[in-house]
Every structure is written in C-alpha cells, then in structure tokens.
Design a protein around this ligand. Structure first.
Ligand code: URP
Ligand code: ZN
Ligand code: ZN
Length: 445
C-alpha cells in the first residue's frame, strides 16, 4: 500500500484552512497517529495550496445531439477534467425510446467505465410513465438518488410538463430523491423564438434573445411552487441570470451556476466568434452577474458545475442560423483554475472555494464525507497548487478534444499535482497513466 506524507502545505477544505501535514495511506486520508511505514514518501508542500479534488456535478460526456455527439467522451473529457483538478464527475443517463430507467443507467455506467475520474450518474427522466416511476426505489437503493428533468427541449422530446414534473416530485419526496431541473420555460422560449425565425434573424445574438431571462425566472418560480406543494428537495442546474438566482433564493431552492455565467456575457455573441458561445441557457447581460457572484459567495448558490459539452469550432462556426448551432460549451478543465485565480486576486476565503467546488456537491449528492473532505477516512482525492505560477499562457496545454475555449483570455491557475484515491493522476503538470475511475453510489442524507 502506498503511503505519502504531504509536508507543510496549506491544507484547505470546506471546514478548515491551516498549514499542516497530510497523511495518505492507500486510497484514504489517514490520521497522523497511524503513520507506521518508515518508507512513506515525504513530499515537501511548503508554499503550496492543497484542496480536495474538485467534484463537477454537471457534465455531458459524449451526449447525442441532432447531428452526432458532443466532442468529449468519457475518456477525453475525464482527462481534461483531471488536468483541471476534477477527480469526480456527475454525469447524466440518457433515456432512449422504450428503455427502462434502470437500463438507461446501466448503459451510461458502461460508457462511463472509460472515465479517469470517479463518476456518479444523475437519472434523466424525459418521459413520464407509471412503470418508470415504480423504478425510483430500486434506483435509490442502487445509489442513483438524483433525477433530472427539462422544462424545455420539447422538439427533442426531452421535456416534461409542469404537471408531469409535479407527479415525479411527489414520488421523489416519498422516497427521499432529489429533483434536478433545467429551468427554462418552454412557452416563453417558443413565443420569443418564433418572432426571430419568422423575420429571418439568424445570428448568434438571437439565440440569447430567443431564450430570455424571463424564461428562466418563470420556470424557477413554477418549480418553486412544485417544491412547496410536494415537499421535494429541488436543485436548479446552471442558474444563468441574476433574476433567476433571486427567484430561486426566494423559493428556497438549491442552485448551481457555471463559469460561463460568471465570466462571460451576452456581448460575446456580437464578437466574430459569436456562434461559439451558443449554449442553453444562453449568456446573459452583464448587469445580472454581480447578483450571481453574490449568490455564490453567500452559498445561496451552493455549487459550481460546468455543463461540459464542447464541440469543434468548425461544427459551430459554419452554421447559418442560430437554431442549428450545436448547443454547449466546454468547461470541466478550466472551471477550478479560473475560480482559483479569481479568488486569489480578490483575496476571497479559500475554504469557501473548497465548499462550492467540492464539499457542497458531495453533501447534496450523497457522497460526503467519502468525497469533498480531508477528514480521516475520506478518499484521498486532492490537488496541489503553486499559487505563484503565472495565470496566463495556459490555453495551449488543454487536453479537451475541442480546439476552442470560451475562457482563453482569462487568468487561470492550474494544479501541478492531482491525486485520485491515493493514486497520482497528474505530477508536475503531466498526466500519468492510471487506473480508471469507479462508480460512486450516492446515499440519501
Ligand atoms: O447547451 C447546453 N447546455 N447543452 C447541454 C445540455 C443542457 O441543456 O444542459
Ligand atoms: Zn441544461
Ligand atoms: Zn446540462
């Protein structure tokens, strides 16, 4: 069994931030009293920051779209994740016609077996049938405790109506499951979009205008009503706008946001690269961003996801109408490095950074304290960062299959070393050949 002593680093998790030693035995963080191996490897971490491995609660590796698949599959996407300090990803099952939920989860687990990160799976429910609802207790027993719905994408047959969502929420409340919602009101989007398609207004900026902030606010408000009536715990994925956040806060919902909504804005649609920024929800006016930051810094928004779903630039560039541009942005690799650079620049609390990028997801998705913590007995997932390395010139080092990054003009600080369950995945910035990740069974907390 390998044993490491990380000596004298600044060890930061969601609960403490102190210069100390950290002992790793095999796959676990271990109390120092248990040091019994005279050959344990000692690594001097003076001046370095040590954080728990990042948990990205929202990725889409190799998902089917109209014209193929998103570019990063579990193998390439997880490589890129590890490079950015992400040791666990939570991805989504895909429910095909005629499939049971259990089958859709098993199929997704098979694909995810290529992942270098440990992985959990949220169950995506894209139609409502009695037999599917009856599968919920079995899924929960097998570690699938979070169930995702869309309030839009009717044309892709992914949407549930609010009435259907309420039925699902009632079942989930009974069994202790968590409802996750992509909250954009479809009626608002269809009404707004028709106007632009009808007038032949096709550029990327109309993508944003066709999915207005009001669509997010309306959906969050309606979902808030469902949460109150059913008692179901609800988590809104990728909250994109200030008004959406304020509505979610009013409704007392759990919320996630993503780097694209914190660092980019709708003016990016006007740049020569406008098509590249098309994702749903779209980028929003800059004015709402300070509310999103307030939400994150106060932890009313508890988690940072990425919605990782990149494409090749030529697949997005050469499209003449916004409604045909593949939707999605890459982000799993750059999320923590961007946030770390920002937190260091602003001198924000680094324990808070550990909570929003790791601990809070572990708690919400039933993985704590196995993940997201440096408690003795937790998995030894960690990243070591030298805070003095320059925060620029990193774009050429990215490992995602995509040739384009939405954040390339921003400062970012990447980890030098990444460990997942006691195994080095990155050392001195270089990816090491390592074991695949394991399925993470969630438990209801
Ligand atoms: O544009 C995006 N975000 N594509 C991925 C699917 C989704 O809605 O999260
Ligand atoms: Zn979504
Ligand atoms: Zn998504």
């Amino acid at each position: 069994m390998s044993e490491y002593i990380l000596r004298n680093g600044r060890v930061i998790d969601g609960e403490s931030d102190e210069v100390r030693d950290l002992l790793i035995q095999g796959e676990k963080i271990t109390p120092f009293e248990q040091l019994n191996n005279p050959d344990a490897e000692t690594i001097d971490c003076s001046g370095k920051l040590i954080f728990p491995g990042v948990i990205d609660p929202h990725t889409h590796m190799g998902i089917p779209i109209k014209s193929g698949f998103s570019l990063d599959d579990f193998a390439s996407g997880s490589k890129s994740a590890i490079h950015g300090g992400v040791t666990s990803i939570l991805d989504f099952s895909i429910l095909e016609a005629g499939q049971t939920l259990v089958d859709s989860i098993e199929q997704r687990k098979e694909a995810a077996a290529q992942s270098l990160c440990d992985f959990g799976i949220h169950c995506n429910v894209t139609r409502l049938e009695e037999s599917l609802l009856n599968e919920i207790p079995t899924l929960i027993d097998h570690g699938i405790t979070s169930f995702k719905v869309f309030t839009t994408y009717a044309e892709a047959k992914m949407m549930l109506s609010y009435e259907e969502i309420e039925v699902l929420a009632t079942h989930l409340a009974k069994h202790g499951g968590l409802l996750m919602v992509h909250a954009e009101d479809n009626t608002t989007i269809e009404a707004a979009g028709k106007d632009y398609y009808g007038r032949g207004l096709a550029e990327a900026k109309y993508h944003g205008m066709s999915r207005p902030v009001e669509a997010e606010v309306t959906a969050i408000q309606k979902i808030g009503g469902i949460a109150q009536r059913t008692g179901c715990k609800v988590y809104i994925v990728h909250v994109s706008s200030g008004p959406g956040y304020l509505e979610g806060k009013k409704q007392g919902l759990l919320m996630e946001t993503c780097p694209q909504y914190l660092f980019l804005d709708d003016q990016d649609y006007l740049s020569p690269d406008g098509n590249m920024f098309v994702a749903s929800p779209p980028l929003r006016p800059k004015a709402g961003q300070s509310d999103l930051w307030d939400g994150l810094l106060s932890e009313h928004i508890s988690t940072l996801g990425t919605d990782h779903c990149p494409f090749h630039s030529h697949d997005k560039a050469n499209v003449d109408a916004f409604e045909h541009i593949p939707n999605g942005l890459g982000g799993v690799e750059t999320s923590f490095p961007l946030l770390l650079a920002h937190f260091l620049e602003k001198d924000y609390d680094l324990s808070l950074l550990a909570r929003i990028t790791s601990q809070n997801s572990a708690k919400i998705f039933g993985l704590f304290p196995q993940k997201g913590s440096f408690k003795p007995g937790s998995d030894a997932d960690l990243i070591i960062v030298d805070p003095t390395v320059p925060a620029n010139g990193w774009e050429k080092e990215l490992l995602s299959k995509s040739d384009w990054c939405a954040f390339s003009n921003l400062p970012a600080i990447f980890p030098q070393d990444v460990m997942r369950r006691g195994e080095w995945m990155i050392q001195a910035g270089k990816l090491i050949d390592s074991e695949r990740g394991k399925f993470l069974a969630a438990s209801i907390s």
